[in-house]
Design a protein around this ligand. Structure first.
Ligand code: AMP
Ligand code: MG
Length: 414
């Protein structure tokens, strides 16, 4: 996956965010193994088959209203119509019903409309009489009848493979007759965070120590029904220990996500260890702020993503580059995140050069309806608490150093 020795670690060329994303996605091979699960257990999983309806929908002519089914041929010239009511059909009853000529049937929403009946009158349009019903307007043919197959014909496509089975998908599959579906097996993901300074929240901090936020961030980001997660917790910056954890992870996981240890000071630490256990690596300097550097690697079937240790950087690089890679590995067929259009609330000065993702809050709306975005105070990349107060990330173009108020910006809403 490294371009020979022309990898960016050596050339120091910065990749654009798009180039880095493309490179990440092309290194991400989807799982191929599938399993067949009862629909109730497939919820949240990734569909591995193209699904089409197993039956006409609706499967039979049925009433769209509570009211009365009639035969137009029974109706005389009017102006008022009187019919006796010969029977009653509710949802779930069979439609096999023979009513004497010249009579109506009491019918409820979803009940089958028996053969020969060709209109349903809303009960609100009928007056009850001693003998039956009276109504004033002749119904139109087919009125308030949902015809068999009018929504969907048997065999019509309903869902493509690669979609996540959420509420709408589960309902569509159930209505189309799927008692069980084929889904991709869960993606096996192993995470760990590197750093001697890391302590668990709840513990007492010693000098120079900080709480491990990345671990919990990743636990939340990877809490998906289509992931089987292994959490190795924090690992100290001890090469022997790191190598062992990395080796174990490569033997068992499809995807390994770690934070820290790829950045300034000891830039080659994780790449070197990864190479030492027989992996190929690609450390990319991406013209992205926050975010560089990001490391990809592969050993055997395991793909490795090394995120920056800094929690804001880790979050942003994960959302922009890591999450689409993971989705692809899991078999998901997702469109890349598409920013909405927003405008800058106040003028902004910045250093150009890297495409920047800044946590922002929405501060009202521009006259044309686009959200106005306000930068958060001192959004330097260590301040992860700011992320929790932000409404999303504004995308500041790489080439601009000064942006006036009202300048259009891409916005990735949380
Ligand atoms: P590194 O990439 O390991 O050099 O870390 C960069 C910065 O992020 C340092 O200030 C680290 O202390 C901090 N950091 C690394 N890992 C974590 C973590 N899991 N939680 C919070 N901060 C971290
Ligand atoms: Mg570190």
């Amino acid at each position: 996956m490294a371009d020979g020795c022309g990898c960016d670690r050596h050339t120091h060329r910065y990749l654009t965010v798009e180039e880095a994303s493309r490179r990440g996605l092309s290194a991400s091979d989807p799982v191929t193994e599938t399993e067949t699960l009862p629909l109730a257990r497939a919820i949240g999983r990734v569909l591995a088959e193209d699904c089409s309806s197993k039956l006409d929908m609706p499967a039979f002519d049925n009433s769209a209203m509570d009211g009365y089914a009639v035969r137009l041929s029974d109706l005389d010239a009017g102006p008022d119509y009187d019919l006796p009511v010969a029977g009653r059909i509710a949802a779930g009853d069979s439609g096999a019903y023979s009513a004497p000529a010249g009579s109506a049937l009491r019918i409820f929403t979803g009940a089958p409309v028996p053969a020969g009946f060709d209109a349903v009158l809303m009960q609100e349009d009928c007056e009850l009489t001693e003998d039956g019903i009276r109504f004033a307007r002749r119904p139109k043919p087919g009125q308030h009848i949902r015809r068999a197959g009018e929504d969907l014909r048997a065999g019509a496509p309903i869902l493509p493979r690669g979609c996540e089975i959420g509420a709408r998908e589960a309902a569509a599959l159930a209505s189309a007759g799927y008692g069980e579906v084929e889904v991709y097996r869960k993606l096996k993901v192993t995470i760990f965070s590197t750093g001697n300074e890391l302590r668990q929240p709840g513990e007492v901090l010693g000098p120079g120590q900080i709480y491990n936020s990345n671990r919990f961030m990743l636990l939340a980001l990877l809490d998906k029904p289509w992931i089987a997660l292994t959490d190795k917790g924090p690992v100290e910056d001890d090469p022997a220990l790191l190598e062992q954890v990395l080796r174990d992870a490569c033997d068992s996981a499809d995807l390994i996500v770690i934070t820290g240890g790829v950045s300034v000071g000891d830039e080659d630490h994780m790449p070197r260890l990864f190479s030492a256990i027989g992996g190929e690596t690609d450390v990319m300097k991406v013209a992205m702020k926050p975010g560089k550097p990001i490391m990809f690697g592969r050993r055997g079937d395991a793909l490795y993503i090394g995120l920056p240790g800094n929690p804001v950087s880790a979050y942003v690089t994960w959302q922009i580059i890591g999450a689409p890679m993971m989705a692809r590995c899991a078999g998901l067929n997702l469109a890349p995140p598409s920013p909405e259009q927003a405008v800058l609330a106040e003028p902004l000065q910045r250093h150009p050069g890297r495409q920047e993702y800044r946590p922002v809050v929405i501060d009202g709306t521009a006259p044309d309806g686009r959200p106005r975005l306000r930068m958060m105070a001192a959004s330097y990349s260590g301040r992860v608490a700011l992320l929790a107060q932000a409404d999303g990330l504004a995308i500041l173009p790489a080439d601009k150093d000064s942006l006036p108020a009202g300048h259009p910006l891409g916005f990735l809403r949380f």
